[in-house]
Design a protein around this ligand. Structure first.
Ligand code: NAI
Length: 349
């Protein structure tokens, strides 16, 4: 079915409030989820609502958090979310980082003790809208083998980067550091289809094409993606004194416990490095240069990073967001949640 962004946001907010989240936190969470759907990032859109509703209802997200913000140096700070709604906390922390970068030229804000914060592009987009570069990384629960290993150690540890161009245009890159998201394995299972042999490994650490034998995901490009995951783990967990590596809390194990997750925002103000107008023009120039490169066989155009999401956004703004019927049915039903996630293994089976 098709749904307008505002209506989707309204339904998600309503469900989260009924689960127990306060209005302001539900509003921001719904905004981040609707933003993700609008940009075609359905893995982190409204489909997550029921999971959040269950965790809120069972006490695994603090609905009365006492947050704190402490500036620890001229351009460094810690935002403690007291285990409240991750989307809200990550957004607030980014606001602080932007304010600091306006004054100091750059800011690094560690966000600690939050729940899952969804699609990271939302937060770098906050910085981009202020004509600054935004970078955000966060930890996630262990489901990826280190290069050459047989057991999961790191999470899908995502990285987002955004740079502003002219006239509100931007390049926003946002990715998990795994070849594919876990959702794609579930999708292959539901269709009883084989998966490519570079997505995941079985319990011996051998690449598998059988989605039912998957024991862990693979990092992008072998040791290189593995290195990026390590970097995200250091920046968003170890640097903030949080559980790291295989000790990061699982998304599905105990829905009554706080997740104590970490995230790191970095904001760079171009005005402290170069002429801002020149910077914005050069970003626009790069975007145009990339679009003008002759496409390889099988490609219609060369797109700049994030452009597929922009194209999707324009189409959804015109025709409505494509939403799976089951998700809509849940959003409009009286049910808060169906005990679908509690006490599951990391892969929610
Ligand atoms: P993806 O594989 O769909 O896209 C990755 C990036 O590649 C995007 O920036 C996209 O615009 C760009 N891209 C794709 N095709 C392109 C093309 N033809 N030309 C130019 N650029 C192109 O993203 P992925 O890895 O599936 O991640 C989805 C979301 O999951 C992200 O928003 C990420 O932040 C989120 N995530 C969040 C986690 C959390 O714990 N909060 C954990 C893992 C992922």
């Amino acid at each position: 079915m098709r749904i307008d962004k505002d209506r989707l946001k309204y339904l998600v907010k309503d469900k989260l409030q009924k689960a127990g989240l306060q209005s302001e936190h539900a509003e921001v969470t719904a905004d981040v989820l609707a933003y993700a759907d609008l940009r075609g990032i359905h893995s982190h859109g409204a489909m997550r609502t029921e999971y959040y509703a269950e965790r809120i209802a069972k006490g695994g997200i603090n609905v009365q958090p006492k947050t704190s913000f402490e500036q620890t140096g001229p351009s460094t700070a810690i935002y403690d979310g007291d285990n409240g709604a991750g989307h809200y906390m990550a957004k607030e922390a980014m606001k602080e980082a932007i304010a600091m970068a306006k004054e100091q030229g750059a800011a690094i804000v560690g966000v600690k003790n939050i729940s899952h914060s969804g699609a990271l592009s939302y937060f770098v987009d906050q910085a981009v809208k202020e004509q600054m570069i935004g970078i955000s990384v966060c930890q996630s629960d262990p489901m990826v083998v280190p290069f050459g290993g047989t057991e999961p150690y790191y999470g899908t540890n995502p990285i987002a980067f955004g740079a502003p161009g002219e006239k509100g245009k931007s390049m926003i890159f946002d990715m998990a550091t795994t070849v594919q998201a876990w959702g794609k394995i579930l999708h292959a299972r539901s269709k009883n289809e084989a998966i490519p042999d570079n997505w995941a490994v079985d319990s011996n650490g051998e690449p598998t094409t059988d989605p039912f034998k998957v024991n862990a995901l693979l990092p992008i490009s072998g040791p290189k993606g593995y290195g990026l995951m390590m970097m995200v783990d250091v920046l968003s967990d170890i640097l903030l004194g949080l559980p790291f590596g295989k000790n990061v809390t699982s998304m599905y194990e105990d829905m009554t416990a706080y997740r104590k997750l970490g995230q790191l925002h970095i904001v760079i103000n171009p005005a402290f490095f170069t002429n801002v107008e020149t910077f914005l023009q050069s970003i626009t120039q790069t975007m145009n240069d990339l679009n003008q490169i002759k496409p390889a066989p099988g490609f219609e155009h060369v797109l700049y990073p994030g452009q597929p999401n922009e194209i999707q956004q324009q189409a959804y703004e015109k025709d409505g967001i494509e939403l799976v019927d089951d998700i809509y049915d849940y959003l409009v039903a009286d049910t808060i949640h169906r005990n679908a996630y509690d006490q599951k293994n990391p892969f929610a089976e």
